[in-house]
Design a protein around this ligand. Structure first.
Ligand SMILES: Nc1ncnc2c1ncn2[C@@H]1O[C@H](COP(=O)(O)OP(=O)(O)O)[C@@H](O)[C@H]1O
Ligand SMILES: [Mg+2]
Length: 340
């Protein structure tokens, strides 16, 4: 490796180091150090020291616009994705080893082996009926394999039951394909639901956390609305708030942009990016939004007929010369995969 090349790599790796958002905004000259200091002081006055809300405070103080903040986070994610492509070393948090599952006499997962890198965004893509949702259900033990093992960290989740399984499940939040808000509950009660079910927090603490989480997904003040009063994008935000409120380690999103128009789809991608930057959770997102999703994740897994067709940094998969993968990305009818 030439010295210049080595220096480039070092610079890329340095720029990709996770920093608190405030420090990152200063480093990228989106706000001045003085503005950041004033925003931190303002937050302290309001009794909040949540680093994750610093962007919001800076917007409220007029130091940065919301689109500019999101753009800055997106650029940072892009840097981190490039660094991940150069050096895709990451510990895996979920591992499927030789997993088989037959449903209705059909082998849906066929000797599936996959790894999900920890604290990264992974997209799972593939044609409809390829076993993506079934794979997600195996990660949280909602479905059990006929053969093979699903590991979450050092826990064989596919062999656990009862309290042990519940302990693993608490590390997850799952946002189902349908989004599934309770129609009879307003947004506050929907978002508060997992805390009321699973924790002993006081009602006051719960409502405070709901308000913060609604702010994080840009739904501040919308708590009194009912699902049928919300737009498609707002419903997704509310569902995401409900997934975030338990502060999980791993978020599983099943087609978060299905059925939404392109502008809202884009807004949801920014929201996922924003969530990742603030929390650094592991995010696994099933998506049909190809090729857009490639810009929003570190790692891509292409699932086809219950097997992994390709797995790697999104930039590598996007540039793949494999005809089947190219067909996935381009959506061509003509190619190795025959759908009609
Ligand atoms: N609970 C179930 N019972 C029977 N068949 C199922 C069940 N869930 C999924 N399947 C079948 O498994 C295959 C993969 O489904 P799924 O994982 O939902 O696909 P996708 O990749 O579109 O998310 C499909 O053929 C589907 O009909
Ligand atoms: Mg599905």
């Amino acid at each position: 490796m030439s010295q210049e090349h080595a220096q480039d790599r070092k610079r890329i790796q340095e720029e990709a180091q996770p920093l608190p958002i405030g420090a990152r905004l200063v480093q990228n000259q989106c706000v001045t150090p003085q503005q950041l200091q004033q925003a931190l002081t303002q937050q302290a006055k309001q009794g909040s020291n949540k680093e994750s809300l610093i962007g919001k405070t800076l917007i409220e103080m007029g130091y940065i616009s919301h689109p500019a903040l999101l753009e800055c986070l997106f650029h940072q994610l892009t840097r981190e994705r490039i660094a991940y492509q150069i050096d895709p070393e990451a510990t895996s948090v979920i591992r499927f080893v030789n997993v088989e599952k037959t449903l209705d006499g059909r082998k849906v997962l066929d000797d599936l082996n996959l790894e999900i890198p920890a604290n990264k965004i992974t997209a799972i893509i593939g044609i409809s009926g390829g076993g993506k949702s079934v794979t997600l259900k195996h990660m949280v033990g909602l479905m059990k394999p006929d053969k093979g093992t699903v590991w979450v960290g050092d826990q064989p989740v596919s062999r656990l039951s009862g309290r042990q399984l519940n302990a693993v499940r608490r590390r997850f939040s799952l946002l189902f394909q349908e989004g599934a808000l309770f129609d009879s509950l307003n947004v506050t009660d929907n978002v508060a639901f997992p805390l009321r079910e699973k924790t002993d927090l006081s009602e006051q603490e719960i409502l405070a956390r709901v308000e913060t989480t609604l702010q994080e997904v840009n739904l501040a003040g919308m708590g009194h609305k009912f699902p049928d009063e919300l737009s498609g994008g707002m419903k997704k935000r509310a569902a995401l708030a409900r997934a975030l409120i338990t502060q999980p380690e791993i978020i599983l999103l099943d087609e978060p942009t299905a059925g939404l128009d392109p502008i809202i789809e884009n807004a949801i991608h920014y929201l996922i990016c924003d969530t990742y930057m603030r929390t650094r959770y592991t995010i696994v997102c099933i998506s049909h939004a190809v090729p857009a999703i490639f810009d929003w994740c570190h790692h891509v897994i292409v699932l086809h007929r219950g097997r992994v067709l390709a797995s790697g940094p999104s930039l590598d998969i996007r540039n793949s010369t494999d005809p089947t993968i190219k067909q996935f990305i381009s959506g061509d009818l003509d190619g190795p995969i025959q759908v009609i």
